[in-house]
Ligand binder design. Structure first.
Ligand code: AMP
Length: 281
């Protein structure tokens, strides 16, 4: 496995692979790798001849009062994990390499970026789509792999790829959870022991909601009231939003039918966590 920091070197490596007709799978990440990221690498290795993972804590997707400075960074540890899982290249550019001083261009996917997480994180998805558009142009992958954990991101990126005619396939992979149900996340590292316990309320309330739906409840309001009650009953957690939306449009639905997403964002102390379940009725 090699680590590449420069765009030019990354492009040269890609050109060599393309000359040999090798297909390229791409896994964009912000590093601090865990089993969720590695599941994307596995999926990519199954479908492609080579796998590139990017590790880039993207400044433009963080709000002013968010955790850009404190976001966990450990390239040495990430390299070991990535190497072990069979990644061919880690692309780890600096912020200056991606956003030189004269940088001007942004990609904005429009109103679906203002729903769900977009309400409390204005500009977040603009940063995400901008960096992904750049990374797609640098790596030119055949397929790019995303986690259902960031369900809105997967929908927004798929829309960008469709609208901008970017020639690649987006593959969305299931959420990887800890044994007790907590969705894996680099931000789980911020949690102390009490916070780690409180954080279980996200997956628990979603799984219980899933049971209610499976037993026949179709009224979104009732399910959401239940989730809100469960979360307000957990003193260490504060609900930012809970919504039931159409999985394609991300618009709220009153009645649970078709493909829906129950998604929530919760603060545990200062740590913002998200989780969701997708159901087809
Ligand atoms: P991040 O490093 O948090 O930006 O995540 C990089 C990619 O890994 C995104 O596509 C995420 O959706 C995906 N990912 C993060 N956590 C998980 C998880 N627990 N299960 C599956 N995919 C995940």
């Amino acid at each position: 496995m090699i680590i590449i920091e420069r765009i030019k070197d990354m492009r040269d490596w890609i050109k060599e692979q393309k000359k040999c007709q090798r297909s390229i799978g791409f896994v964009p990440t912000m590093g601090s790798l865990h089993e969720g990221h590695i599941s994307l690498v596995r999926a990519s290795k199954k479908d492609n001849d080579c796998t590139v993972i990017s590790i880039f804590v993207n400044p433009t997707q963080f709000g002013e009062n968010e955790d850009y400075d404190t976001y966990p960074r450990d390239l040495a540890k990430d390299s070991i994990l990535a190497g072990r899982s069979g990644v061919d290249v880690i692309f780890a550019p600096s912020a200056k390499e991606i956003y030189p001083a004269d940088y001007l261009t942004y990609v904005d996917v429009g109103e679906i970026t203002e729903l769900l997480c977009g309400k409390s994180r204005p500009g977040h998805f603009r940063g995400v789509t901008t960096v992904l558009c750049k990374l797609f142009n640098i790596v030119c992958p055949n397929r790019a792999y995303f986690g259902q954990k960031d369900a809105q991101q997967a929908v927004v990126v798929s829309k960008m790829v469709e609208d901008l005619n970017i020639d690649l396939e987006i593959v969305v992979c299931p959420i990887i959870r800890e044994k007790d149900g907590l969705a894996m996340s680099s931000r789980n590292r911020y949690l102390d022991a009490a916070g780690r316990k409180s954080a279980l309320i996200l997956s628990r309330s979603l799984f219980e909601a899933e049971e209610m739906i499976k037993k026949g409840e179709r009224d979104s309001r009732k399910i959401l009231d239940f989730i809100c009650d469960r979360i307000s009953g957990e003193p260490g957690a504060r609900l930012e939003y809970a919504e039931i939306v159409d999985a394609g449009t991300l618009r709220p639905v009153d009645t649970i039918e078709g493909k829906i997403l129950a998604a929530l964002a919760v603060r545990v102390g200062t740590t913002r966590l998200i989780d969701n379940i997708m159901l087809e009725i």
